[in-house]
Design a protein around this ligand. Structure first.
Ligand SMILES: [Zn+2]
Length: 124
């Protein structure tokens, strides 16, 4: 079991980290935490996968649509605000934080599905 004493980093911070929005000192602190903390590592991995997946989808459909860039941005924002709200509402535990991520992923998946369906329909 990990014995690190640092509090878990805020999920909005991980999102910024993945976006490359952080100063190098801040980034290094996060990377240090990642090395120590399995929970945050798992979260970051899932966030990264979701973002990769969305941007791949956006890229593959850019020739057909104008929206993807903005769409991806919106989903990310939605992920951030949704997770922030939850965090404020309850003094979150790592279990809850995992649950929130799952909810966010399901939400993102639904949007992507709806989006794909729209594309298919518009091509008929
Ligand atoms: Zn952590």
């Amino acid at each position: 079991m990990s014995t690190h004493l640092d509090p878990h980093k805020d999920n909005a911070l991980w999102s910024q980290y993945l976006d490359g929005d952080l100063e190098s000192a801040e980034r290094k602190a996060l990377e240090a935490h990642l090395r120590e903390c399995e929970i945050c590592r798992g979260e970051v991995q899932m966030m990264r996968k979701t973002v990769d997946w969305l941007s791949q989808l956006a890229q593959s459909q850019t020739h057909q649509l104008q929206a993807p860039k903005d769409f991806e941005h919106k989903v990310r924002q939605r992920l951030r605000t949704k997770r922030k709200k939850r965090r404020v509402a309850s003094q979150e535990t790592s279990a809850l934080s995992g649950q929130t991520l799952t909810t966010a992923l399901i939400f993102a998946t639904l949007i992507v599905l709806a989006f794909t369906l729209l594309l298919i329909l518009s091509n008929l």
